[in-house]
Design a protein. Structure first.
Length: 273
């Protein structure tokens, strides 16, 4: 397994089979806490900060294949035994990439809008992205966590988050600076580099290598990875189903953590039957 010396991971506890959670670009492991609180009675939950996010180092390549290697390293470091996997956006793509690289790693996957551009021959170099441009302009400094919370709560997409999800994002997503202010842990340049590498991986091209059951979910109001992406991906996966979360956007896991947790339990119960 790859080394995870520079990757922060967290055992959130729980009883039952192992479950690994992977977050979206710009987020961190603790944003999963509102979902984890509803899963701990049935799963041992582990999550990690992707490279350049949360408390993980930002050095080195931002290739998503390397991010997937980090994920595999966490599987080994945490002693996970054929875990279930839950991923959102980038995190969903990383789960697919990890299973493609090491078949049999996961029992089943639940991927909410995994970023899987339909390339059989993906670009070999980072590509310009409006999301990257926006990340580089993003405000990083705030007077306090409460000031950051109020700012985010007033603007989409964060204004649609459940309060508990926004609190988890803010409470664990900032560093305290010496002058009393706080700064985003995921710096704009690192987030931008992640976006610029989002098309240069083979999760779609190598989907046939994924042998475990996969649930692909998307929000009915998404402007990101909707049916136009999920249906072609499902057709390439050997064992896949697609479900739609009505009234949700690309940030469905943060908009209704309770509903997502219930859907995860149903999907994995069916996969294990």
């Amino acid at each position: 397994m790859p080394s995870v010396a520079d990757i922060a991971w967290y055992d959130f506890g729980g009883d039952g089979p192992d479950l690994l959670l992977a977050h979206a670009t710009g987020f961190h492991a603790h944003v999963w806490l509102p979902v984890v609180e509803r899963l701990r009675s049935q799963f041992r939950c582990v999550a990690f900060d992707e490279r350049g996010h949360g408390d993980s180092a930002s050095a080195g390549s931002f290739s998503w294949h390397d991010f997937a290697d980090d994920l595999l390293g966490v599987v080994g470091a945490a002693g996970l035994e054929r875990p279930f996997g839950v991923g959102h956006s980038c995190g969903g793509a990383l789960l697919l990439l990890a299973e493609e690289a090491v078949a049999g790693t996961f029992r089943a996957l639940y991927c909410f809008e995994p970023v899987t551009p339909a390339f059989d021959d993906p670009p070999s170099a980072p590509t310009r992205s409006p999301l990257a441009d926006g990340a580089r302009r993003r405000r990083e400094l705030f007077q306090s966590r409460e000031a950051a919370y109020q700012r985010f709560a007033s603007k989409p997409p964060f204004s649609r988050f459940a309060p508990e999800a926004l609190r988890a994002y803010v409470d664990h997503g900032f560093d305290d600076l010496g002058d009393g202010t706080v700064r985003l842990k995921c710096r704009g340049e690192d987030e931008a580099r992640a976006y610029e590498n989002s098309a240069g991986h083979r999760a779609y091209a190598d989907a046939a290598r994924v042998q475990c059951p996969v649930t692909l979910a998307y929000g009915s109001e998404t402007d990101a990875m909707g049916a136009w992406v999920m249906e072609p991906l499902a057709a390439r996966l050997p064992d896949a189903r697609v479900e739609v979360l009505e009234g949700r956007t690309h940030f469905g896991p943060q908009e209704d953590p309770a509903d997502l947790a219930a859907r995860i339990v149903r999907a994995f119960t069916a996969a294990a039957a």
